[in-house]
Design a protein around this ligand. Structure first.
Ligand SMILES: Cc1cc2nc3c(=O)[nH]c(=O)nc-3n(C[C@H](O)[C@H](O)[C@H](O)COP(=O)(O)OP(=O)(O)OC[C@H]3O[C@@H](n4cnc5c(N)ncnc54)[C@H](O)[C@@H]3O)c2cc1C
Ligand SMILES: NC(=O)c1ccc[n+]([C@@H]2O[C@H](COP(=O)([O-])OP(=O)(O)OC[C@H]3O[C@@H](n4cnc5c(N)ncnc54)[C@H](O)[C@@H]3O)[C@@H](O)[C@H]2O)c1
Length: 472
């Protein structure tokens, strides 16, 4: 056994672990990084990056088939599914060097390509190394949750870890789960020429504002995706090419390929948390606001912490714990200003409270400002008029924003800034947006908040009439 001593041990080289390792090593800490599988973790290899690359192929195909309204004849797209997957892997390859072992070794990080297991509260074994660290960060991410569905162990199925390697286009993709993974994959595949059925046990896109989610679901349905809700799958049967899923309500759906997109489970099995005195919750590792586990020298960040599971959250967590682990400063992870977006077309984005949450929290103090894409000139020119921006406002400050429509994921950035800095609606309204941009929607929704105060206000009208009588 080789013994190593270090300031900081990071377990997992995904979005969270790499951010900690890069930041801490460049600030002078001695860092050891463990990775049992692929550098870059889920986001690069099996998550955000391949899914967005696949979505881009779907968009290209959809644009060819729907161009006549721009005066350009529609064509039936000739999709080469294997070439689409080449594109997906080429995109991964282009981003890969940023997450590579070589890059991190150049920062001075000692990278060990082994899974880590606690053998005591301050020691972790990885292959033939035992690492003793002043501080340890668990950033081991999550894996696809395979629900206890009868027959699933014998019927061929795909998850996000295998679907991006499939090179023959599914004739009919059956998806269990109508969350963001299910919906993004459903739309990409229908646009690439597969038939698609999504079977959701509860409500599709159920974590989002229902009014906004329904804009996305209606669009997917209009493109041909068969979305079945309230159909919890209890049984699957069949063979490769002919799969059947049976819901508790008796519905049966058939397809050629089965994708499981039924949620995530934290990667804790290999860690031997008991040896380190680290407690878990139902969804991951138990942490306090500072992301410390029940073992004070150990932090848990990103998906394994069991909260919001996004790459930008893992990156944000990394910043929070660097402050505390490296500088010994108080640090707290907040959630109120964390946005998320689902990259369907139209996109769906949220930050802060939804309308329902804001009503519950603020009751009559809540005001809703709203502006529809239909009135944005750039959206009209691009024929992207579906959707709206809705901002929840309390005492002149936004407490949440919901956007569904073209580039919603880009538009939500401004509201993330506003919530992170407690900005007022007046500060958003003061911004000048270039015309014609989709981004103008954000200014216009702030305008919509103020218009009734200005245009339907008798005092304002009286003051204007009075001043107009006196000025030369
Ligand atoms: C299909 C899909 C699409 C997604 N799209 C988006 C998106 O568009 N935007 C977004 O923000 N998020 C998206 N996500 C979520 C995002 O991928 C995760 O939130 C993010 O990767 C979490 O980062 P992490 O560092 O916590 O874990 P990961 O990136 O998964 O990294 C964990 C790493 O730890 C390693 N590991 C595990 N156990 C051990 C051990 N014991 N020892 C050593 N190494 C270990 C794993 O091999 C892995 O490499 C998507 C996820 C999926 C599945
Ligand atoms: N754009 C993005 O940022 C993005 C994209 C994809 C994934 N992600 C991340 O990955 C996480 C996981 O995504 P997900 O879509 O797998 O999970 P999810 O938990 O959001 O959705 C899973 C869905 O599967 C349903 N389900 C579970 N068991 C079922 C069964 N037996 N039959 C029918 N339906 C069943 C659930 O009711 C749920 O609606 C997301 O919460 C998000 O954090 C993010």
């Amino acid at each position: 056994m080789k013994e190593l001593k270090t300031d900081l041990l990071v377990i997992g080289a995904g979005s969270g672990g790499l951010s900690v390792a890069a930041g801490a090593s460049q600030m002078g800490a001695d860092v050891v990084l463990l990775e049992g599988h692929k550098m870059g973790g889920d986001c690069l290899n099996f998550g955000c990056v391949p899914s967005k690359a696949l979505i881009a192929s779907g968009k290209a195909a959809h644009a060819q088939a729907h161009s006549v309204r721009f005066g350009v004849a529609d064509t039936i797209p000739q999709v080469d599914y294997a070439a689409v997957k080449d594109h997906v892997h080429d995109v991964i390859a282009q981003i890969e060097p940023m997450d590579s072992q070589q890059r991190f070794e150049a920062f001075g990080v000692k990278v060990i390509r082994e899974y880590g297991t606690f053998i005591s509260p301050e020691k972790v074994q990885a292959g033939d190394h035992v690492i003793c660290a002043r501080r340890i960060v668990i950033a081991t991410g999550s894996s696809p949750l395979v629900p206890p569905i009868s027959g699933l162990d014998t019927v061929p199925n795909y998850t996000n870890e295998t679907i991006f390697d499939l090179r023959e286009r599914p004739d009919h993709l059956l998806i269990i789960g109508g969350g963001p993974i299910g919906m993004e994959m459903a739309q990409a595949h229908i646009r690439l020429g597969s038939r698609v059925t999504v079977v959701e046990g509860l409500k599709a896109l159920g974590k989002d504002d229902p009014e906004a989610a329904s804009v996305v679901l209606d669009t997917l349905r209009s493109e041909g995706v068969d979305i079945r809700e309230n159909a919890m799958i209890a049984q699957v049967r069949g063979t490769e090419g002919a799969v059947e899923v049976v819901a508790e309500n008796g519905e049966t759906h058939r397809g050629s390929h089965l994708l499981i997109a039924a949620g995530r489970k934290a990667n804790i099995e290999r860690l031997n948390l008991e040896a380190a005195g680290i407690e878990r919750t139902k969804t991951g590792i138990m942490t306090d606001d500072a992301l410390r586990t029940t073992n004070r020298r150990v932090y848990a960040i990103g998906d394994v912490a069991g909260g919001l599971q996004f790459t930008h959250v893992a990156g944000y967590h990394a910043g929070v714990i660097i402050r505390s682990a490296l500088f010994g400063l108080p640090s707290r992870a907040k959630t109120e200003h964390i946005p998320w977006a689902t990259y369907t077309d139209p996109e769906l984005a949220q930050v802060g409270l939804t309308e329902a949450q804001a009503r519950e929290a603020h009751g009559k103090k809540l005001e809703i400002a709203r502006f529809d894409y239909l009135h944005n000139d750039r959206a009209i020119a691009e024929r992207k008029t579906k959707g709206f921006v809705k901002v929840m406002v309390v005492k002149g400050r936004p407490v949440g924003a919901t956007i569904v429509g073209h580039q919603a994921g880009e538009l939500i950035n401004l509201w993330s800034l506003a919530l992170a800095n407690n900005l007022k609606m007046g500060q958003i309204a003061a911004m000048v947006s270039p015309y014609p941009t989709i981004g103008e929607l954000n200014k216009r929704v702030a305008g919509a908040y103020f218009s009734p105060r200005l245009f339907e206000n008798q005092t304002v009208k009286r003051v204007v009439r009075f001043v107009q009588r006196w000025i030369p």
